[in-house]
Ligand binder design. Sequence first.
Ligand code: BES
Ligand code: ZN
Ligand code: MN
Length: 513
Amino acid sequence: MKTLSLIFIASALLVTSFISLANASFSFVETAQDDANKVVVFVSDAAALSGQALQLNQQSDGRFAALLELNEFTPSSQGILHLQMVGEVDDVLVIGIDSDKALDGPALQNLGGKIAASLSSTSKDVEASVFVDGLSSDSSITAAHLAYGYHLRHYSFDKYQSKKQEGESNITFVTPSANENENLYANDLKFIAQGVHLARDLASEPGKSMYPQLFVDTVSALFKGVDNVKIDVLDVKDMEKYNMGALMGVGKGSIHEPRMLVIEYTGGKRGDAPIALAGKGITFDTGGISIKPNTNMWMMKADLSGAAAVAGTMHALAQRGENVNVIGLMPLAENMPAEDAIRPGDVLQTMQGTTIEIISTDAEGRLILADAVYYAQDKYKPKMLLNIATLTGSAARALGDEYAALVTRNMPYSLQMMEVGEKSGEHVWPLPLHENHFEQIKSDIADIKNSGAGNPGASIGAAVIGTFVADDLPWVHLDIAGVDWLSSSIDVAPKGSQGWGVRYMDQLVRDNK
Ligand code: BES
Ligand code: ZN
Ligand code: MN
């Protein structure tokens, strides 16, 4: 009994210590405090200052404008300038704004991220006031988006470092619409940022500390007490019952059994068909018997990014109480070489009843997703289905860091899905899906095989998954192999795992509820 409770405590600790707290707090006020000695202002025309920038200039007897000139500051190049001792103010961060362009949500979020990076570059702990009066936007809601972008950027995975990288940030936004902005941030956008951070945490965790059951435990714990959520976990026995040979096959070489985590969120009307989101959760991808080369194999600890993004999205939707039904499916397995691992040439049975010949055990993501998307349709009869995965190097080579690969069955739908990307700040670009891609995966000894002759790899991967998705179901395939792990920072994220997909899927749900 004693040992039992000790074990329980230990595992509970493990789970709670896992969640990284972004130490940032944001407040929204209509008038500035007098003692604000670190301020952020936006300047779109250095020769015709207005708002808080003009005030700073007056208070400093023209020193502000003189410093801008001395530093050859040009707003249109989106320059950033740190100034000291301007009038009563110790520190001023000046951010150049192109006044010709009205800033939309994602642009403001990028700015917020820029501010986070700039402020924390000079001191770990940050206390500052941001004056939004210099921004050119069509909306009065700018501060909430700045805060959201700041929150997104304010992240570091430092749990294994003895010296913590992140300090605390207390940011005050000075805006005439303080209440509206506060509302949007605190009841909505904040939860997306938290979902993104959760996804980054899960993807950054070393493979040794993030195997299928631990993913299930960690994520499930976060939904305790959250309304309208039901969690279902399939273990190997359940998978046997459903004939999920593809998912079980991939997991066979690992000492950690595969799982499928299913989060059902019923915030919508009872009986309304849900949206299904399925994410690839390979907790480590060695390639299996078709083993990968050494270079960069360590990055394959992040091969569960699709599942991590689904978990983050579900958490965001549930926390902000979105009025919709969504099912999140996370097939989880570790792809290891071992004496009982699947071999190239093996044939696996799927839940659909069809068989897959394994050409490469390294093309494992499509295998676990085959069973997951089939299960999603069979059990939940969704009105649309999205799957998200770090699926192919091919997608990464084609599209680089900026766009995730998007595959659907028709171009108008792809255009609609690109629009979701524009609105969310996470961009997608279409790749084709052709009859011939399905021809290329016909097998000599099974129904299909898990990889084709080679090119075009991303489309072939999509075709394998598409084989398990009903032709008439609106279906979106996202290959995030190129975008999820970045080797340098962007405005809204430090380098490393991006938690890519949380913002996209959150927007997709908003647009399709
Ligand atoms: N997880 C990898 C894809 C990947 C590559 C993700 C680089 C992130 C960065 C996937 O399981 C894989 O190994 N894909 C193979 C498919 C091939 C064997 C058909 C690939 O892309 O080489
Ligand atoms: Zn993989
Ligand atoms: Mn692989």
